[in-house]
Write a protein that binds this ligand. Structure first.
Ligand code: CXF
Ligand code: ZN
Length: 386
């Protein structure tokens, strides 16, 4: 029984930006107040891990333990934790949900104000760390999760207790990427039956938007990508039409989409993080049919993570005359504690499909293979088993 004591275990440490992770023995401190120490069962690689692993300028901090899409078992709990007990199966989430603040209590927001989202290298509540290497040197945290370790410490606001019967290699997908895409269609856009959707970028997030739009009953799901192969993949996720950006010639993509949809898609989603694509997405969505229609048309959702400082430019008269909306969403607008169990149930009911996102599985020792596969564009989700 290690409760209350540091645990020695294996972790994949990112020592330097862009260099392969190093398997090391590390020490994981016991959970403080409002915290839980978790044994990770499996984790998967999300593109944000790669983005921050590559980053040489601030907010880059090394050495660091990446990983934020995972599932695990509670090993021990700190003071004032009554939501979970040892042995509970939990899914970590990078975005907090304390359940207690004005925002968590409101159905208008998923941005907890007790622990507001920030790119901190520490634990969220006290801004200190729980990891050290065997020389006593600090290893930084990532996105409040750091799941590339056999054990990690999570704030209680950053985990969701789930039904332990769900296969872990599927449940872990709901920890970040798939939830973000499905949530964007379901919660942020509120896609309804019969609507037309355009998705810019058919990576895992874009495909998860397609899956979300499909289960919401969208009639037309247009995938936009530079890679024609993505259309074949997209079809498996409900994509019905494809726009190959390389084949649009001098025409802006938005013009092609306006033609295909007779005036614009009801909902557009940007899933790459490129300013020009965000502008094209906004230009591709439909204007209000008439001013008495209060809601429903012309909504653009930005999910892609842009470069720090990057700007977008929207024609102001377009905004004024069209009544279109542009919104960004973290975690697809989902509230982790209440929405993840709903998505899991829909998976168990064979309604939401998760299996097709898992294209590869590797053992923890081979974690660098997961990086290679994602960098080469060969994988959607590669599950890493501890
Ligand atoms: C991202 C969202 C934007 C900031 C970095 C993390 N989420 C998960 O991958
Ligand atoms: Zn992620």
């Amino acid at each position: 029984n290690e409760a209350g004591k540091p645990i020695r275990c294996k972790a994949a440490v990112a020592r330097k930006p862009g260099e392969p992770l190093v398997m090391e023995e590390i020490m994981v401190a016991p959970p403080s107040r409002h915290e839980v120490r978790v044994r990770i069962i499996c984790t998967s690689l999300c593109h944000s891990d790669v983005t921050f692993w590559k980053m040489k300028v601030l907010p880059a901090v090394f050495p660091r333990i990446f990983g934020h899409e995972a599932i695990g078992v509670v090993e021990s709990v700190g003071e004032d934790v009554d939501e979970v007990v040892k042995g509970d199966v939990v899914v970590p989430v990078f975005l907090a949900n304390c359940g207690d603040c004005a925002d968590c209590k409101s159905n208008k927001s998923n941005l907890c104000s007790t622990l507001p989202f920030q790119l901190s290298p520490w634990m969220p509540r006290d801004q200190t760390g729980r990891f050290t290497d065997l020389k006593g040197e600090v290893l930084y945290h990532f996105l409040n999760v750091s799941s590339f370790s056999e054990y990690t410490v999570l704030d209680i606001a950053h985990l969701v207790k789930i039904d332990p019967s769900v296969p872990p290699n599927k449940a872990c997908l709901l920890s970040c990427g798939v939830s973000t895409g499905v949530g964007a269609a379901w919660r942020t856009a509120n896609v309804e039956k019969g609507s037309t959707v355009a998705i810019f970028g058919l990576g895992s997030i874009g495909l998860a938007v397609a899956e979300g739009a499909r289960i919401c009953g969208a009639a037309k799901i247009i995938g936009v990508d530079v890679n024609l192969e993505k259309f074949e993949i997209g079809k498996k996720f409900g994509v019905t039409d494809f726009v190959n950006v390389g084949e649009c010639g001098d025409k802006p993509v938005s013009e092609v989409i306006l033609e295909m949809t007779g005036g614009g898609a009801d909902y557009c989603f940007e899933c790459v993080g490129l300013s020009s694509l965000m502008e094209q997405a906004y230009a591709s969505c439909r204007k209000f049919a008439n001013l008495r229609v209060i809601q429903g048309w012309g909504k653009t959702v930005v999910l892609g993570v842009g470069l720090p400082g990057s700007q977008i430019s929207i024609p102001s008269l377009d905004l004024l005359h069209s009544g279109k909306t542009l919104i960004g969403a973290l975690f697809g607008g989902l509230k982790a504690k209440s929405d993840i169990p709903v998505l899991l149930k829909r998976y168990m009911d064979k309604d939401l499909q998760l299996d097709k996102f898992v294209t590869h599985e590797v053992n923890f020792e081979d974690i660098n293979k997961a990086f290679d596969l994602l960098l080469e564009g060969k994988s959607l989700r590669c599950v890493i088993w501890m």
